[in-house]
Design a binder for this molecule. Structure first.
Ligand code: GLN
Length: 494
């Protein structure tokens, strides 16, 4: 098997046994990045020299028996809204173009200690606001399966990098679907953990009550291995919950026998592409064949998911992004007469269109005349959505749903129609509103050859159930092993 075709865990094993050197692995990733970047543009920045130097350091530590993580020495990449000490963290925004954090996000810090070799920082929609990675100040990322199409977003760079074989796994963030939807569009596996299970310390805030960091990998076992490193309590995030990460061997050896899977009918109705629906329902049949029990149920409240999400997320964003004022850090406008003009010019020049739209929307729903009508009402609907899931999980161990209504669309196809893009978040954003864990894994392809991703939704802190189910599914199917043909061979992607 080619080095670049290995999963992160397989590579980690070979590094541990001495069969593959850490530098050799990093060099293979680098040559793939060189070959793929002109077509895909997954990275905002990558640093070959730093990666190779780091690889040598890690090799020494492994040789000295100082690193026990199964991921030690494996090359990976980090979404560029996750702070990496000494390495620019731009959020794909002009506002933070030159921002070099003096500290690392906890999730990255833990991986770094475990011996991860970071190749670079991956592209995203500006401040993680979007579903296509087109709103990046540094230009769009393209889908490795078809470079005329979007990779999804906002973690489009993180998903594309894994799909193109540029990194063995990546970190993403998910506020309303930003790990799961790009994972679906790019045919890779990703999980948004339960709110509170991965520290948000050092994740640049978009909507603090919804944001979570999570892994994107080639399969569910790799995601479980990353979670095992990053799901740790952190006192620096007041919402961090002390909880045990899923056990890797439990996940790898479990089965879905006797598991009760709920199929929410309202997730499969109007607006869902029929090929996507049929593919997800085939996955449901696969789970049945593997011994799970399936049952349909009603969850009509899904129709309120998008409005509720866009009220809560924009409200929180308008407050979180107030910190970019040209004074403390980030971009500062050149000429200004007074403080008010410094603020106005800095924010007008530093933020892109989509970020401005969200700040305005957020200020509107929080304004005194509209707070009750919008923000307060959204909080009430949030409670109702929570109740609907609580009821469902009295009966089911897991819910099976689509991740997105369609497969990847053309670059530019929806840029002028924000509402249409927002509606694409219907199946994912609902999960963040109530903080549940949800995993996306590839389950087939449409007639155009584009990947379809199913979404498995779990009880609070039910990551192990989701990963076990996905691992069992991936033992029986090979959708997660397929690669976009342009990137099949070593470093020579055409
Ligand atoms: N697509 C959603 C949005 O635009 C989700 C973004 C995210 O999860 N960061 O807000």
């Amino acid at each position: 098997m080619e080095l670049l075709d290995l999963t992160a865990l397989q590579l980690g094993q070979k590094i541990k046994s001495g069969e593959i050197g850490v530098r050799e692995a990093a060099a293979a990733s680098i040559s793939r990045i060189r070959a793929a970047e002109p077509a895909v543009h997954s990275f905002v920045s990558f640093n070959e020299e730093a990666a190779l130097t780091r690889a040598d350091e890690i090799q020494k530590k492994i040789d000295a028996g100082e690193l026990s993580s199964p991921l030690a020495g494996v090359p990976m990449a980090v979404k560029d809204n996750i702070c990496t000490k000494g390495v620019a963290t731009t959020c794909s925004s002009r506002m933070l173009e030159n921002f070099v954090p003096t500290y690392s996000a906890n999730a990255w810090h833990l991986l770094e200690n475990a011996g991860a070799v970071m190749l670079g920082k991956t592209n995203l929609d500006e401040f993680a606001m979007g579903s296509t990675t087109e709103t990046s100040y540094f230009g769009a990322t393209r889908n490795p399966w078809d470079p005329s199409r979007v990779p999804g977003g906002s973690s489009g760079g993180s998903a594309a990098a894994v799909a193109a074989g540029e990194a063995f796994y990546t970190l993403g963030s998910d506020t309303g679907g930003s790990i799961r939807q790009p994972a679906a569009f790019c045919g890779v596996t990703g999980i948004k953990p339960t709110y509170g299970s991965v520290s948000r310390y050092g994740l640049v805030a978009f909507a603090s009550s919804l944001d979570q960091i999570g892994p994107i990998g080639r399969d569910a076992a790799d995601c479980a291995a990353v979670l095992a490193e990053i799901m740790k309590h952190d006192r620096r995030d007041s919402t961090s919950v002390p909880t045990a990460a899923p056990g890797l061997s439990a996940v790898q050896n479990g089965s879905v026998k006797g598991m009760k899977i709920g199929i929410p009918k309202n997730f499969y109705g109007e607006g869902l592409d029929s090929e996507v629906r049929d593919t997800i329902l085939k996955a449901a049949e696969q789970f049945r064949a593997m011994g799970a029990e399936l049952e349909e149920f009603e969850m009509p409240i899904v129709k309120y998911a998008v409005p509720t999400y866009y009220i809560l997320a924009t409200a929180e964003a308008s407050s979180n992004l107030a910190r970019y004022d040209g004074v403390k850090y980030g971009y500062r406008a050149k000429d200004y007469a007074d403080l008010a003009e410094l603020y106005t010019k800095t924010r007008s020049e530093g933020f892109g269109m989509e970020v401005k739209r969200r700040i305005l929307l957020g200020c509107f729903v929080l304004s005194s005349g509209y707070y009750d009508a919008y923000y307060l009402k959204a909080l009430k609907v949030r409670a109702l959505i929570k109740q609907a899931f609580d009821r469902a999980f009295e009966k089911y161990d897991m819910i099976l749903a689509p991740t997105a209504p369609t497969t990847a669309y053309k670059i530019g196809e929806n840029t002028g129609d924000p509402l249409k893009l927002y509606l694409g978040d219907i199946y994912t954003a609902m999960i963040n509103i109530v903080g549940l864990p949800a995993l996306t894994a590839p389950c087939g392809f449409d007639a155009k050859g584009l990947p379809v991703g199913m979404q498995l939704i779990g009880r609070p802190f039910g990551e192990e159930v989701l990963l076990t189910a996905a691992c069992a599914y991936q033992r029986e199917t090979d959708f997660h092993r397929r690669r976009p043909s342009a990137f099949l061979k070593g470093g020579d992607a055409q």
